[in-house]
Design a protein around this ligand. Structure first.
Ligand code: NFS
Ligand code: SF4
Length: 653
């Protein structure tokens, strides 16, 4: 069947076109051509003298009314994007910290501390005593301490200490060790206002400091505290793709980012009263499936199926079987309210800070989470009878039994063995060349890159074929999961060395490490690899790299910037966010190397990115001096004979 060749997102897109339902691809087309000034970061409306434009090529103005030049325009945009991205991840982290405190105080019914070991580990990081203390007492203090990280008046972020010493020194020397998270975001807004910081190098430094407050601050707080509350991900079987939605079931899709909502929905979805209600409407049960990062969080912790990634959200609704799509915040398109009108689907918002016109709102707070979740579930069950059977269309997608859930702890454990979890075996396998290096693929999917691309799947395949272990997060992971890339059988598509390791350890070559906030796991994994020894002494020495092919969100910029500032070479696909400012572009893609030992690259043609990543990894291996064994020399006959002579006395053949 021809459809089998198509991805489910493509099948859904075709179907939506046939049904005359507008999609993001239509709206993308309607936006063409997109504003040239905006695309080049050469439009400023930071004050009402503007909007000002800079003409990069022609005879038009080279400065705004205040005199700001192209570098200032672009650097201010770049910093504001970094600050906004940091704010998103961090405000999410703050909500988790509040929930941890509420849980510890017994004020958040239904939630509990699931990973005591991690709680104690984080307590130690925060210099909180754990001996002879009640779990809840420790948890309350950890949560409060985490909250202090957002607004403390003095000092730098506590988690920065988890980086290798050499890295911390670089941050201190450059003056980019992040202080309180909110402070960095506020200061970034302050500096980018009219008449503020107007030196692109200085602005870019702040972009590093605010982004580090994301990776080593807000995101890390979100990840670690979520692990404490919901469990640290362990390898778990799951399914992905639109085919996880079921015809005869009540389908609830949870979309957004903060797992506390999804966890409550899962908790509230069982029990005799729910079963009774489901039976009463003639459904076989309830399917809960995730979208975007909520999907990642649910998949890596509980193996709860993932319906899809960013660009699949409208398609998920257009299956016609979604009774309720319940959302919290981030990457939820307003368009869903329009799509919902074509179906019986109810779009439900849950946070007072993120409402959508036309959606129903059920307020969700720590104290009433279970109650609200139950209300939403009953709403979904009640809506089942309103489904229009004629509109039901679920793509006949395979539902691969993928394996997800690779926190840095489990990677360490699986590779290190049950007696002593350690990164030693991973480092050794990199040193001996079985694994050439590790690439983290992260980030969004975008209509700018093309229609229903498989770009991350293609990249991951290319990398594993070349013996590079892939760690995936965010929608990149979502696409790889839907693309069947997280199956252990995939080891057969690996290069021989990586295959051997995957077989021995029992891992797939593409490891799903969670949502975008879980890029903080990659920072910790890299820190531990550097500390383990044999691969230099800083993150920037490691043969690792990061890539985001189809970046969309400001969050992606913050992630890219904190990866680079942490010493990880990072390539972004499509357009550079600072393309209209050549000096700034040069700073990001070249000069930063001298400052932080890593740099950005931007590559329009995403098919070229695999090679760039591999070249970088080989370059790092070379610098570490671990490429000796691989060295090939072309011998002439005389040399070959001489060699054979030499070898014989050694006595083995
Ligand atoms: Ni990340 Fe998650 Fe996806 Fe991009 Fe959006 S869902 S936090 S921003 S689109 S990867
Ligand atoms: Fe124009 Fe300067 Fe105002 Fe920006 S800050 S809008 S460049 S005058």
């Amino acid at each position: 069947m021809e459809d089998k060749q198509k991805t489910t997102d493509q099948i859904m897109l075709d179907k939506m076109r046939e049904s005359k339902i507008e999609t993001m691809y239509d709206r993308y087309k309607a936006q063409q051509p997109q504003c040239g000034y905006g695309s080049l970061a050469l439009c400023c409306r930071h004050c009402n003298y503007g909007p000002c434009n800079i003409d990069p090529f022609g005879p038009g103005p080279k400065r705004g009314i205040c005199g700001a030049d192209a570098n200032t325009f672009a650097a201010r945009h770049f910093l504001r994007m970094s600050a906004a991205g940091t704010a998103c991840h961090s405000d999410h982290g703050r909500a988790v910290a509040h929930l941890l405190v509420a849980t510890a105080r017994g004020e958040a019914p239904g939630y509990r501390i699931k990973d005591v070991e991690k709680l104690k580990m984080i307590a130690e990081c925060f210099d909180i005593k754990t001996k002879d203390r009640e779990i809840n007492e420790i948890a309350e203090e950890v949560g409060e301490m985490a909250l202090m990280e957002f607004g403390k008046p003095y000092g730098t972020l506590l988690f920065l200490k988890r980086a290798p010493a050499a890295r911390q020194k670089i941050w201190e020397k450059l003056g980019i060790a992040s202080r309180a998270i909110d402070r960095e975001v506020t200061e970034s807004m302050h500096r980018t206002g009219m008449g503020g910081d107007q030196d692109y190098r200085n602005l870019t430094k702040q972009a590093m400091r605010v982004s580090l407050a994301d990776g080593w601050g807000g995101s890390m707080i979100a990840t670690e505290l979520q692990d404490i509350l919901f469990g640290t991900p362990k390898p778990v079987q799951g399914r992905a793709n639109l085919g996880v939605l079921k015809k005869d079931y009540v389908n609830i899709v949870v979309h957004g980012h903060e797992p506390q909502l999804a966890e409550a929905i899962v908790m509230a979805s069982t029990g005799p009263d729910i079963e009774k209600a489901v039976a009463a409407v003639g459904a076989k049960g309830i399917v809960i499936a995730g979208l975007c990062c909520t999907a990642n969080e649910l998949l890596v912790r509980h193996g709860i199926p993932m319906a899809g990634h960013m660009t699949m959200q409208e398609g998920a609704m257009a299956t016609g079987v979604v009774e309720v799509m319940v959302v919290d915040i981030q990457c939820v398109m307003q368009a869903l309210a329009e799509t919902a009108k074509h179906f019986h689907t109810k779009l439900v918002t849950t946070l007072s800070k993120a409402k959508i016109s036309g959606a129903e709102h059920v307020e969700f707070e720590d104290e009433n989470a279970l109650e609200s979740a139950k209300k939403i579930i009953l709403m979904a069950i009640g809506n089942y009878k309103n489904r229009d059977k004629k509109k039901v269309f679920i793509p006949d997608a395979s539902e691969p039994n993928l394996i997800a859930g690779f926190s840095h702890e489990t990677i360490k454990y699986m590779l290190g063995g049950r007696f002593r979890a350690s990164y030693r075996p991973l480092n050794d396998n990199i040193i001996n060349g079985r694994i050439r290096g590790v690439v983290g693929i992260a980030g969004c999917t975008s209509p700018k890159a093309g229609e229903c691309t498989q770009s991350y799947v293609d990249l991951a395949k290319e990398l594993i074929a070349n013996n590079i272990l892939v760690v995936a997060t965010g929608c990149a992971a979502g696409q790889c999961a839907s693309g069947g890339l997280m199956l252990p059988e995939l080891k057969d598509q690996c290069g021989a060395g990586l295959k051997e390791v995957c077989e021995a350890v029992g891992i797939p070559p593409v490891l799903h490490s969670g949502a975008c906030v879980d890029n903080s796991r990659i920072l910790i994994a890299c820190s531990e690899m550097a500390k383990e020894g044999g691969l230099g002494n800083d993150i920037s020495d490691l043969p690792v790299a990061g890539a985001c092919l189809e970046w969309m969100s400001e969050k992606a910029i913050a992630i890219g910037q904190f990866l680079v500032a942490s010493g990880i070479y990072t390539v972004f696909g499509m357009n550079s966010p600072v393309a209209g400012a050549p000096d700034l572009q040069n700073l990001l893609t070249k000069e930063l190397e001298e400052q932080v030992g890593a740099r950005w690259d931007f590559q329009q043609d995403i098919k070229k990115i695999g090679k760039m990543l591999m070249d970088h990894i080989e370059m790092k291996r070379e610098a570490l001096g671990i490429n000796v064994k691989k060295e090939r020399k072309l011998y002439d006959m005389a040399e070959r004979r001489a060699l054979e002579q030499e070898c014989k006395p050694a006595g083995h053949h």
